[in-house]
Ligand binder design. Structure first.
Ligand code: NAD
Ligand code: IPM
Ligand code: MN
Length: 353
């Protein structure tokens, strides 16, 4: 029987609460399928670990993770540990070290999901964001000079390499071509006169190989406005690391909220493990109350199933989420219900049969 080895980093706050449900659902899927199974190895890394050991993960943590087929991550970051340390030393280092240069984030308004937009049909919100996930504004290049002095200076460089831009843009073209969808690039060439002009040029260049793909190009400010006013303009979207981060929270807001927003950090070559996670954070305001919505995690594990080639199960899970939303009986408070995290996970597994 095929075995998928999963490294689990539940992390902080609501991370462990939602991950428990993701694992529950994956176990049930494997049980029903019968041709593959999962093994889960849990790593106790995160902010609590940091407070005990002075580091976010074991010293050979990346080496340990490299042996797995995928990583399932809850959330990282908690009051008491500076965010730039907790996130850089766990989430971001994993994305970079394992060259997970594609961050695939569905922004799809399922039936029954709440939407704050007026005059927008449900089918109009159906996009896939391809976010650059390895460099750009998140390259971590810079300096902090004359700290605490009157002449203090900080420099945060954006790093856009030709190969880094080309590979994510090509991935997006391939996806758009395969799915027969339009491709929209979101950048900011009018103000970012090096990085984004370069990005736009590469978007055009790579496009020559895909004459069949209809393309659009927007400045990020206008794109944010159109996502709210006219979201049907967007199908497959490719954008830089920081713009993708911001726009996918906006995407979450128009497609049911943070409790439904999922993401896959992919190393398409499969040289390294890919990582699947809800895109929300550790939600300290509701951690420990049983109110966390696990559906974003369920959607993330559905992306994992797709990546492993079990896309019929991936689709089934998204259908289960939609059924729960339409029934409206077993939902967490963020979606107007009163069910607990565990009850929602149970409801998904029950629907699976
Ligand atoms: P957050 O996503 O944790 O919370 C934002 C709001 O959304 C909160 O009101 C929260 O209660 C709500 N929310 C989030 N997920 C929810 C869920 N599953 N169900 C119901 N409600 C949910 O963002 P934040 O407050 O900006 O960040 C908190 C911490 O998490 C910070 O340390 C931040 O750096 C970190 N963070 C981590 C990740 C990650 O690990 N991928 C992502 C974003 C933020
Ligand atoms: C996300 C998160 C991370 C990001 C943070 C926590 C570093 O917001 O996955 O969207 O900005 O990529
Ligand atoms: Mn984010």
């Amino acid at each position: 029987m095929k075995e998928h080895k999963i490294a689990v980093i539940a992390g902080d706050g609501i991370g462990p609460e939602v991950i428990r449900e993701g694992i529950k659902v994956l176990r049930r899927v494997a049980e029903l399928d019968g041709t593959f199974r999962f093994t889960f190895t849990e790593f106790p890394w995160g902010c609590e670990y940091y407070l005990k050991h002075g580091r976010m993960m074991a010293e050979d943590g990346l080496e340990q993770l490299s042996k797995f087929d995928a990583i399932l991550l809850g959330a990282v970051g908690y009051p008491g540990v500076p965010d730039h340390i907790s996130l850089w030393d766990l989430l971001l280092v994993i994305r970079k070290h394992f060259d997970q240069y594609i961050n695939l984030r569905p922004v799809k308004l399922l039936k029954g999901a709440p939407c704050p937009l007026k005059d927008v049909a449900r089918e109009d919100i159906n996009m896939t964001f391809v976010r650059e996930n390895s460099e750009g504004e998140y390259a971590g290049s810079g300096a902090w000079l004359y700290r605490g002095k009157p002449n203090e200076v900080v420099i945060q460089n954006g790093v856009f390499s030709r190969s880094g831009c080309e590979r994510v843009i090509r991935y997006a073209y391939e996806l758009a071509s395969r799915e027969g969808k339009t491709l929209t690039s979101i950048s900011k060439g009018n103000a970012l006169n090096y990085s984004m002009v370069f990005w736009d040029e590469i978007f055009e260049e790579v496009g020559k190989d895909y004459p069949q793909v209809e393309t659009h190009s927007y400045l990020v400010d206008a794109a944010s406005m159109f996502m709210v006013k006219d979201p049907k303009r967007f199908q497959i979207v490719v954008t830089s690391n920081l713009f993708g981060d911001i726009l996918t929270d906006l995407g979450a807001a128009i497609a049911g909220g943070m409790g439904l927003a999922a993401g896959a950090n992919l190393n398409p070559e499969r040289t390294y493990p890919s990582m699947f996670e809800p895109i929300h954070g550790s939600a300290p305001d509701i951690a420990g109350t049983g109110q966390a919505n696990p559906l974003a995690t369920v959607w993330a594990v559905s992306q994992m199933l797709d990546f492993f080639g079990h896309s019929e199960w991936g689709k089934k899970l998204v259908d289960c989420i939609e059924t729960l939303l339409v029934e409206g009986k077993t939902l967490t408070p963020d979606l107007g219900g009163s069910a607990t995290t565990a009850k929602v996970g149970d409801a998904v597994t029950a629907l699976l049969k």
